[in-house]
Structure formats: structure tokens, C-alpha cells
Write a protein that binds this ligand. Structure first.
Ligand code: GLY
Length: 585
């Protein structure tokens, strides 16, 4: 049963049961609090919370999709039998259309009848009384009524409770289906979780980490409409349906694995196969390798395989494997290959030197690894891969700690420079070469805070900073927002910003504990790691401020100093990210 047949069976099955087929959304989500799309439900978040109407948009209360997804949390595990960075998720979703009985019945029917597989066991949520969430006895009863002999295991909040994704969202208990194949079983391999069926019945106004910490006073509330959200990884499903020992033997990977030179060991081949898929899909969405955010992840993946002298054929092999499902990859073949070649040229110029340096070292600890990263751009994985035994004692935590120490030092350094006399400032966000430039950039910096606040006041709090770059000429502010702004919205934002300038608000700086700063309503740029103590800049009165942000400064002391602000351009940077350029008089 090749992957094309599995895809078709899934689509047909749910279409025949009242679901509207929706194409995969971008790997770059609209949700600013996550870097990548990690699950099929993400594009449907507003339908669970009642902010969007499924009937209006789909003509039905139920949808189904195969979603391109990416998770970077398991990046260090890639190379084993099952971890991946990019994968596809088959999913069926409902926003008040059906509930547990149908979701479980169809899950069972698809796995056992359509695919002819045997369910090894299922798991259900054991409940968490301290958070007021009861055990999911109902799902257990439904499973037993369908198949009296089925083995049902109880699982805790960590395993069988989904969400929220991002900073807040729908969440709820899950039931999971585990399957094994005779071949895997004979080799002593455990059953794999193939399908996660989520019952979205709550809304949580914070992140999953906050929810699981048990320390937050944020409360779960019941969603008005009960929602179904399921996720079934195509690669794992193909593994059991095709009776393979691991995902890399399925037809989703075989052509890619076969295109690799034979001298690589199996683990290396798997890493290359995984990373090259991710690179192709990211490049296909217009992501370029860079030193920030998504681009940085892309660069890490690329450099890791480039260090192995992998020919470009691998990129072609990936595109060919997915050409039918994602024709846009065919259209963009040259563009994707170009991204790969350009990065390879850069790699050869810089990193090769780092690899040579690495060869010379006898032992690599965290400070040395960070130095290699800082001087040559050698990423952690590359160092681990290449130093092998020499870097035995090196782990990600220690490396990250070095990174954090360095960030703190450079932030402190930037402030010192500003406070002293050199007056050459480069904070990453703000660049100025002399006193005059610095004055202008400082006005533009405060203007950026005013614009950010105005954007949120006019367009809503879904606007979140995605980047900022300030020179003495202009400001550039990137933010997450799903569509182009109308001329009227741009004018309203500009007017509101200039109103704040006209009011000549005081700008005050206060050092606070990070937690307190967030509690006081300060906006943080979610992609940065902040130290425990942070500086908070407030524009306007303490109790009814116009803007409040965590920030290293510098800023003007009164908003009238900013001058008149003019938005000169509004454009897209990538899917879901807009860019504003503005100048001040
Ligand atoms: N949203 C369910 C899953 O991705 O597993």
C-alpha cells in the first residue's frame, strides 16, 4: 500500500463521512507564538474558539486535511528509527459537528477495515483532579462497546492531553491508537502510536508549559462548542501499513535513501534524508537560510548535511518523491536548488575552516564548542557529528548555557557602549555609527514601540513582533498578521501613532524581574531568551500606558522628540508576516 493510496483512502474515507477536504496550510503559521506549523489543527484554531464560522468557510462543520508539519524539539533524536523534523499529518477535524463516539468509531474503522491493521492497544486520559479535569471514562466505554476485547491503557496529562499550541488556545484529553506489525513485533519492537484523537473541550489562556507546570493561576474554561482534532503521522502509518521495520524503509524515504552514497552509516543516511526533506519544503515556502528564527533552523539543517559533501541530487530526489502531492515543488525546483547552491558556497567559504579547526582539537567541551560556533558558525549538531568521541561530554544544555552567557554579555556590552562615549551602537536591532545617527535611530526606536502598540490597538492583539531593524534612516518592523493591511488601516495606525507623539508622553525605564514585567502587561519578543532581570520601557502613565515593552533601549525621554511618523511601505515578508517601513521627520 504505497503512500499515495494511503492518502487517497484517508481523504475518501472522511469526505464520505461529511468532511470538507482542505489543503495543507503553510509550514509558516499565522500564529506568531510558534515558528512552524506543528499540527493539522493549527489552521483551524479560530473555528474551535468560535472566532470563525466553519459553515461560512467550508459549508460543513467538519474538515479533513493532510498537513505539512515541522517540529524541531526532537532534532537531536533524528537518526534513530522514528524521529523526524518534517512530517505529514493526516487529520479529521470537527467544530461542533460530532464528538467522541463518531471520532473513535471512525478511527477504529479506518485502521482496522480500510487499512486492515490490528490495533495493539489504545490509551485514554486518566484525569487530573487537581486541575479539575476528570478521567475520560466515556472514551474507554466507547472503545469497549466497539471492540470488547480491546486493551485500554490509562495515560497521564503529559501523554494524553493535547495543547494548547502557541501562547493560548483550545486543548483537551486525547485517546491514542497504537499499532504494531508482525515483523516489528518479531524483532521485539514496541507498538507505535499512529493516531492521536483529541477532544477539544477546553480553552487555556496560556501556553502548554504554563498549564503543565501546575503553578499558573490561569484557568481552563469550557469551550462553547466541543471540537475534534486528530493527527496521524503519515510516515509512521506508512511504516505499519507497508510492514516495514522503520519509517526510513517506507516508500516515502526509500528513493531518497537510495540516492545517497553507500559509504555513509545508516544513522547518517537517515539524518541526511530527514534534513533534505525539511530543507526542500522550507525552501519551497520561500524560507532562506539566515541567522535568525526560521532561517536559522534552515541554516542548521543545511550545514549539517553540507559538511558531509552531499551532492545536489538529494534535493532532486526529494522533489521527485513529492512532485505529485506538492506540484509547487516542481515549479520551484530551480529556486530550491539555487537556495542550496548559494548556501553551499557560503559554507565552503566559512565552515570548512571550522571543521579543520575541530580536527585539530583533542577534546571539545562547551566553551570550545561555542567558540567554534562563534568564530566559524559551526552549529552544535555539526560539532557533535564530527568530533564524535572528542565531544562525548558535550551536551546541548551546556552549549545553550554558553550561548546564553554570551547573549547576556553582548547585551550588557551594547548598553555600556551607549552609556559611554564610543557611541557606536549595534544592538542587533539598532545600528548607529556616530552621535547624530544615534539620535535619529533612537527616535525611530521609540517610534517602533508606538507603531507596535498602535498596530495592536487597531488590528488586535494577534499582532506580534516578528522582527525589527533600525538605522538612522528608517525603521523596519515585522509582525505576524495574516493579510495585507487596507489603506484605511495603515492611515489609522499612522494617525494613532502620531497622536501619541502629539501627547508628548513620558518614556520611563524600569528594571524588573521578567515574570513581573510580563504580568505588568509588557510585550516581550517571544523569540528572544531573556535574562531573569529585564528593562521595561513604558510610554505614557503607569496605570494607562500607551505602550510597554521589554527592551534594551535606548529611547527618547518624551514622545514629542520622535517627530512626525510616516509609514512609507507595507508589504509581505512571508506567509503570515507583514513588514512596515516608516520614517520620522
Ligand atoms: N493535534 C493532534 C496532533 O497533532 O496529534
Amino acid at each position: 500500500m504505497n503512500h499515495k493510496i494511503i492518502r487517497k483512502k484517508f481523504k475518501d474515507f472522511f469526505e464520505a463521512r461529511g468532511h470538507k477536504w482542505v489543503t495543507s496550510s503553510s509550514l509558516l503559521p499565522d500564529d506568531p507564538s510558534v515558528l512552524f506549523t506543528t499540527a493539522g489543527m493549527q489552521q483551524f484554531k479560530p473555528y474551535y474558539t468560535g472566532q470563525a464560522d466553519p459553515i461560512k468557510d467550508f459549508g460543513l462543520l467538519n474538515t479533513t486535511s493532510i498537513q505539512k508539519s515541522m517540529r524541531t524539539s526532537d532534532i537531536d533524536e533524528v537518526g534513530d528509527e522514528s524521529h523526524l523534523t518534517f512530517f505529514e499529518m493526516l487529520g479529521n477535524f470537527s467544530f461542533g459537528g460530532y464528538w467522541k463516539k463518531e471520532a473513535i468509531k471512525w478511527g477504529h474503522e479506518f485502521i482496522t477495515k480500510e487499512l486492515g491493521l490490528k490495533i495493539d492497544y489504545v490509551s485514554v486520559f486518566e484525569g487530573l483532579p487537581s486541575a479539575g479535569i476528570p478521567a475520560d471514562d466515556e472514551s474507554e466505554e466507547i472503545w469497549k462497546s466497539i471492540d470488547p476485547g480491546i486493551s485500554v491503557k490509562k495515560a497521564n496529562i503529559h501523554d494524553n492531553f493535547w495543547g494548547p499550541t502557541g501562547n493560548e488556545g483550545p486543548c483537551g484529553p486525547t485517546t491514542e491508537i497504537y499499532v504494531n506489525s508482525a515483523l516489528r513485533q518479531a524483532q521485539g519492537k514496541p507498538p507505535v502510536e499512529v493516531w492521536n484523537i483529541v477532544f477539544n473541550e477546553f480553552f487555556y489562556p496560556g501556553s502548554r508549559e504554563e498549564l503543565l507546570s501546575g503553578k499558573s493561576d490561569k484557568k481552563l474554561t469550557k469551550l462553547k462548542t466541543l471540537g475534534i482534532d486528530t493527527g496521524m503521522g503519515l510516515e509512521r502509518l506508512a511504516m505499519v501499513a507497508q510492514k516495514k521495520k522503520n519509517i526510513f524503509e517506507t516508500d516515502l524515504f526509500e528513493p531518497i535513501m537510495n540516492s545517497l552514497p553507500n559509504h555513509f552509516d545508516l544513522r547518517t543516511k537517515r539524518i541526511i534524508a530527514d534534513h533534505s526533506r525539511t530543507i526542500v519544503f522550507l525552501a519551497g515556502e520561500g524560507i532562506l537560510p539566515s541567522n535568525k528564527d526560521r532561517g536559522y533552523i534552515m541554516r542548521r539543517l543545511m550545514r549539517r548535511i553540507m559538511a558531509l559533501n552531499i551532492p545536489k541530487d538529494i534535493i532532486d530526489a526529494v522533489i521527485d518523491t513529492y512532485a505529485d502531492q506538492y506540484p509547487e515543488l516542481m515549479v520551484k525546483r530551480n529556486e530550491i536548488l539555487g537556495v542550496y547552491s548559494d548556501e553551499l558556497t557560503k559554507f565552503n567559504k566559512t565552515l570548512r575552516g571550522g571543521l579543520n579547526e575541530l580536527k585539530r582539537l583533542e577534546k571539545v567541551d562547551a566553551p570550545q564548542a561555542f567558540k567554534l560556533y562563534e568564530s566559524f558558525g559551526l552549529p552544535y549538531e555539526l560539532i557533535k557529528d564530527f568530533a564524535k568521541d572528542k565531544a562525548k561530554g558535550l551536551n546541548r544544555e551546556a552549549f545553550d548555557e554558553e550561548f546564553r552567557k554570551h547573549q547576556e554579555k553582548s547585551r550588557a556590552g551594547a548598553e555600556k557602549k551607549f552609556g559611554g562615549h564610543g557611541l557606536l551602537l549595534d544592538t542587533g536591532e539598532l545600528k548607529a555609527g556616530n552621535e547624530e545617527e544615534l539620535k535619529k535611530a533612537t527616535r525611530l526606536h521609540t517610534a517602533t514601540h508606538l507603531l507596535h502598540a498602535s498596530l495592536r490597538k487597531i488590528l488586535g492583539n494577534e499582532v506580534k513582533q516578528a522582527g525589527s531593524d533600525i538605522t538612522s534612516e528608517r525603521l523596519r518592523f515585522d509582525f505576524n498578521f495574516p493579510r495585507k493591511l487596507t489603506p484605511e488601516e495603515i492611515k489609522n495606525v499612522e494617525d494613532l501613532t502620531n497622536e501619541a507623539v502629539g501627547k508628548d508622553y513620558k518614556v520611563t525605564k524600569k528594571e524588573m524581574a521578567y515574570e513581573d514585567a510580563i504580568k505588568s502587561g509588557a510585550l516581550a519578543f517571544f523569540k528572544l531568551k531573556y535574562p531573569a532581570k529585564v528593562n521595561v520601557y513604558t510610554v505614557g502613565p503607569e496605570d494607562s500606558f500607551f505602550s510597554r515593552e521589554l527592551c534594551g533601549g535606548p529611547h527618547v525621554s518624551h514622545t514629542a522628540e520622535v517627530g512626525k511618523i510616516k509609514i512609507s511601505k507595507e508589504e509581505a515578508v512571508s506567509a503570515g508576516v507583514r513588514r512596515i517601513r516608516a520614517i520620522v521627520d
